[in-house]
Write a protein that binds this ligand. Structure first.
Ligand SMILES: [Zn+2]
Length: 219
């Protein structure tokens, strides 16, 4: 996690700092080594949110596009279950950033838990993902809505674990260690919209630009 409670304040990690977990209120220690991104960890191997995954630079960069107060917001359901949303905006939109593989049942559970969820996922986790998308993109056709496209076989174009998502999925095609970040084909965020136009398996897509302004928080 990027925030623990220190003197009643949400606080980022710094060397030798101790704090408490905002979810379970147990002790946390700041890990500020040189290998992983600086983070807070529970003492021992305890993890109180079983959906939480170790953060990469990719996660942290994405979260830092948003105001600190919007990051790592704890959500509750009616059964008392708690999970941390990577980002929750004041008007109730949740955003989860996912780089690693996620099992379909876990994806569905998170979609049911977080209100108004959108995913931002890596489009380059497997080496074939971006070439497949680039090739498949030629089959998109325009709809009557500007910037919205459709295609017949989304499972042949996008990483298949995301095709049946019930919420919007934004694909980030920039590479984790990109040496050419200005590649325009990778800078565009493509959003796969949920649902299909029946009777054919037509999907809808829309685009957005990734921010080119570094880590300026969005407010
Ligand atoms: Zn905890």
């Amino acid at each position: 996690m990027h925030f623990a409670i220190v003197n009643n304040q949400r606080t980022p990690p710094s060397p030798n700092l101790s704090g408490t977990c905002p979810v379970c209120e147990r002790d946390m220690i700041a890990r500020c080594g040189s290998v992983r991104v600086h983070h807070w960890a529970h003492r021992g191997k305890r993890v109180c949110d079983n959906w939480w995954e170790p953060e990469t630079e990719w996660h942290r960069n994405w979260k830092n596009h948003f105001a600190p107060d919007w990051q790592e917001v704890i959500g509750h359901d009616q059964h008392g279950e708690k999970h941390i949303a990577d980002v929750r905006t004041p008007n109730g939109i949740s955003i989860e950033f996912q780089y690693s593989h996620l099992r379909p049942e876990e994806r569905a559970a998170r979609e049911a838990f977080h209100p108004n969820l959108a995913w931002v996922v890596s489009g380059t986790r497997l080496t074939r993902d971006f070439p497949r998308f680039t090739k498949g993109k030629s089959e998109f056709f325009a709809t009557r809505f500007q910037g919205v496209y459709s295609c017949y076989f989304p499972e042949e174009i996008f990483p298949k674990e995301w095709v049946s998502s019930s919420v919007p999925v934004f694909f980030d095609f920039r590479e984790m260690d990109s040496t050419n970040p200005s590649d325009i084909n990778r800078e565009l965020l493509w959003c796969l919209l949920p649902g299909r136009l029946s009777p054919r398996p037509l999907c809808l897509l829309s685009t957005a630009r990734t921010s080119s302004g570094g880590h300026r928080p969005i407010r």
